[in-house]
Design a protein around this ligand. Sequence first.
Ligand code: TMP
Length: 214
Amino acid sequence: MNQGKFISFEGGEGSGKTTQCSMLETYLRERGIDVVLTREPGGTQAADEIRALLVSGPTDRWDPCAEVLLHFAARREHYVRKIKPALEHGKWVICDRFVDSTIAYQGWGHRLGTELIEQINGTVLEGFSPNLTFVLDVIVDEGLKRASNRDCVNDLQPQDRYERMQISFHERVRQGFLHIAENDPKRCRVVNASQSTQRIHLIIVALVDQIFSL
Ligand code: TMP
């Protein structure tokens, strides 16, 4: 059976991932590709319930290891019930965050290290990994400003739990993403997210066309 493709978008707060995910979804649909757009933490009802536990409350609400387990509980549900079946039906899945976010936020941000996360990942996802990952890279200050403006405009809760973490946490997250990309250049493409939305979109679709021979 024709196996679909899995493309993840990664990056710090305010890096513009969500906008780029939906622009890529439109682009692929216009080319006749059946696309599922989804996000983490979340993507299924149960995983969205776990998301609510992770993104609200005091910054020290969870022990970092417990936090990893919650992300992977949500991810397992998402993977088994939504991602895997979609790919088996030949659909393309665009995912706003995936495992790299756990490595960057919990592994680097919370300084838990990557070994435990990689071990859990191997078991929970049965060796599954994205075909392509875009890392949208933006200076921490700029990203956090964008994220807080977005929250005001959309009347969201003032700053979710991760946005409220210290600048040094977000700096480590950024380094984490860049390190992941540097170590896996076949899968990951870093895109400078300080550019205009349209320019970033053009870079992304050019890479998608080239990598998947569209
Ligand atoms: P979002 O703002 O991109 O929707 O993501 C919600 C938050 O969850 C974001 O601040 C990053 C955080 N997160 C982690 O800390 N670890 C993870 O594994 C994932 C998927 C997200």
